[in-house]
Design a binder for this molecule. Structure first.
Ligand code: PEP
Ligand code: MN
Length: 658
């Protein structure tokens, strides 16, 4: 049941309503639902709805259609983002939202050395949370039962050494209190999903909980178990699909792929997948994990062992570290297709903060010292809230990142230069429409601005309109001209629709929302529908689904280098650089420039020529090149390039988006 409070309700009213519900056997939780402040009441208590409805401060009372109220999307429309860690020097790691979070580690902690080694290996591949069982629920009483508290302490040491929060299974309410101060997240194992005393105890401790689905549990039973945790006091519950028992015995369990989107529709809680216990066969784990990501999972938990053949439990399903590394690379490449970013640790060298999508909290610690750190200053983007640039910003810096909206690309450069924004985000290229020349030209006009990051965002256009509108009621469609161009096939089938060009797609959506008529619609992203409270009439109306826009992060150049280090880079080595140059007007001069790079194995991923302002028929070349790992090769190539060009500018080195 949901009690929506009236706008004028004061703290006294709220307390009285809360007490009224508690006295009648309900667990009460404060929530927000859009603009509304609500109290979620869950439990078996009996209440007179009319009496409740007339208490001072009550706007309305709504019974949810689901038996799990706090876990239901009816109570909370936005995705919950659960933060794990963030205390005692361990970076906070978010799960849910626009990111993919990967947990990895051995099935069980076997020794101090084993967990330290595994932690190091999985972290090197980009895992952001360490898993490992200290108390193991085993089918046989004679099998290895885990090292208990000693094992948990080894795990904590390994987590601290690698800067990763830890998650471990709690098998009994009796152990939970002692484990609370050591673990960052409790795992409720599949066998314990309906151990209600355990759920109540863990929920009351208030720490994040990872709730595995029971091998024979229905989705509703699973969500009711989540409800136990939420009703007992924690808000941070992550659901984990780990395979269910079916008639099929070839694999250990059957991965219920469809449960991912079903549960994400029913609940606001993040859903991750454990492909290891789902399939139980090492060679089949990675494909199941990738399928889960493609199906919309918010992350994975994967068993990895440095020597699986020696593992004391679940060796046959544990990945070798090299296999895990490959899986992480594949997830990174797949993530943009589902509109997400893999949250990962920097690839090489020190540093412990996760990069990408962690934004604001995670990763920001790495960038301290730079005057333009986005942790302190907002990030500038062009357009309205809900624009694709706004989505790109969220993917790179996180939902909480402060942002400033401007109304032209030039204003982004100005804001970054003046320091009112710590960084900016500019689109430079669309895979169908080509380059955004204005931004290329701005780089020339702003020599103090450097490129520090890159993101490729998949552009999925939707037809969105006010509630009540249908495809038949629409007569007018608003969007950016690019939106129309990219949805040409869809629009051609509806020649009677009038098209009205707007400055940006989200602005078009905002105007549709302001008017609220059922005749107007906008072509914009799904985020715009969310921001302006509009309905999606049709999703994915772009003619070509392989539609990506490449955004660059820009920041002010620091005295000695290319600019502030974006959290996406962390302590990573840059893999890509952008330069701009002009060449003498004689045969072979461009060829020789390119040869300087080719001779050193530097790959050219883009070459674009632009007219030089004020010099008709003379051109500058913009080049994106790979930065080779070989020490010195890049500097040598740049050195040679400078001698062969007339005007040379280094725009920045950054980590290439997958
Ligand atoms: C585990 O993750 O260590 C485990 C025992 O998994 P499950 O509870 O899903 O079997
Ligand atoms: Mn296991």
């Amino acid at each position: 049941m949901i009690v929506v409070l009236s706008r004028g309700a004061g703290p006294g009213d709220k307390e009285r309503i809360r007490a009224y519900l508690r006295d009648r056997g309900f667990a009460v939780r404060d929530q927000r639902f859009g603009e509304d402040e609500i109290l979620g009441a869950a439990g078996k208590g009996a209440v007179d709805l009319r009496e409740l409805g007339i208490l001072p401060g009550v706007e309305r009372v709504a019974a949810t259609s689901k038996p799990y109220e706090l876990a239901s999307r009816e109570t909370r429309a936005e995705d919950t983002i659960v933060t794990v860690g963030g205390t005692g020097g361990i970076p906070p790691v978010p799960i849910g939202g626009a990111r993919i979070t990967v947990i990895a580690g051995p099935c069980a902690v076997e020794s101090r050395e084993q967990i330290l080694e595994t932690a190091r290996r999985v972290r090197e591949s980009g895992a952001v949370i360490l898993r490992g069982g200290a108390y193991k629920p085993r089918s046989s009483p004679y099998a290895f039962q885990g090292l208990g508290m000693k094992g948990l302490e080894y795990m904590k040491e390994a987590g601290e050494a690698c800067g990763m929060p830890i998650v471990t299974e709690v098998v009994s309410p009796e152990f939970a209190g002692d484990m609370k101060d050591v673990t960052d997240m409790f795992q409720i194992g599949a066998r314990n999903m309906q151990n209600f005393e355990l759920l109540k105890k863990v929920g009351a401790l208030g720490k994040p909980a990872l709730l595995k689905r029971g091998p024979s549990a229905t989705i509703e039973e699973w969500l009711l178990s989540a409800e136990y945790l939420l009703a007992s006091g924690t808000r941070d519950v992550v659901l984990c699909e780990r395979g269910i028992r079916t008639f099929e015995t070839y694999t250990r369990n059957t991965l219920d792929i469809s449960a991912i989107s079903v549960v994400k529709g029913l609940s606001h809680l993040p859903v991750i997948v454990d492909p290891s216990h789902a399939v139980g066969i090492r060679a089949k784990v990675a494909s199941a994990g990738l399928a889960a990501i493609a199906a919309g999972a918010d992350g994975l938990t994967v068993e990895v062992h440095p020597r699986p053949e020696e593992a004391l439990s679940d060796g046959p399903q544990s990945l070798f570290p090299g296999q895990f590394e490959k899986l992480m690379r594949d997830i990174e490449a797949l993530a943009p297709v589902v509109g997400k970013e893999l949250l990962r640790t920097p690839r090489a060298g020190g540093g412990s903060a996760p990069r990408r999508g962690g934004g604001g909290t995670a990763g920001a610690g790495e960038t301290k010292g730079g005057p333009e750190s986005p942790a302190e200053k907002p990030i500038a983007f062009n357009g309205e809230r809900g624009a694709f640039a706004d989505q790109a910003l969220t993917r790179l810096f996180g939902e909480e990142a402060p942002r400033v909206q401007v109304h032209s690309f030039k204003e982004i450069f100005d804001a970054v230069l003046e320091g009112s924004a710590g960084a900016g985000i500019v689109p430079v290229e669309n895979s169908l429409a080509g380059s955004v020349h204005e931004n290329y030209d701005l780089f020339l006009r702003y020599p103090d601005i450097a490129i520090t990051g890159e993101l490729k965002l998949r552009i999925v256009h939707c037809l969105i309109a006010a509630p009540g509108a249908t495809l038949d009621s629409i007569t007018l469609v608003r969007s950016h001209p690019q939106g129309f161009a990219q949805c040409r096939e869809f629009l051609d089938q509806r020649p009677h629709w009038r098209l009205e060009a707007h400055n940006d797609t989200a602005g078009a959506a905002a105007s549709v929302a302001r008017e609220g008529t059922i005749e107007a619609a906008a072509i914009a992203g799904e985020a715009a529908a969310r921001v302006y409270g509009l309905r999606i009439l049709k999703e994915g109306i772009e003619t070509n689904p392989l539609n990506y826009t490449r955004f660059l992060v820009i920041s002010r150049r620091t005295a000695g280098g290319g600019g502030w280090t974006h959290p996406s880079l962390g302590s990573d080595r840059p893999t890509k650089a952008s330069v701009v140059f002009s060449v003498p007007d004689k045969p072979g001069s461009l060829f020789l420039c390119l040869k300087s790079m080719a001779d050193r194995g530097i790959n050219l991923s883009k070459l674009e020529s632009r007219p030089i302002p004020g010099k008709p028929w003379e051109y500058q070349f913009y080049a994106d090149v790979s930065v080779p790992e070989t020490e010195g090769a890049f500097d040598a190539a740049l050195g040679e390039l400078k001698t062969r060009t007339e005007d040379f500018r280094f725009l920045g080195a950054y980590r290439a988006a997958p």
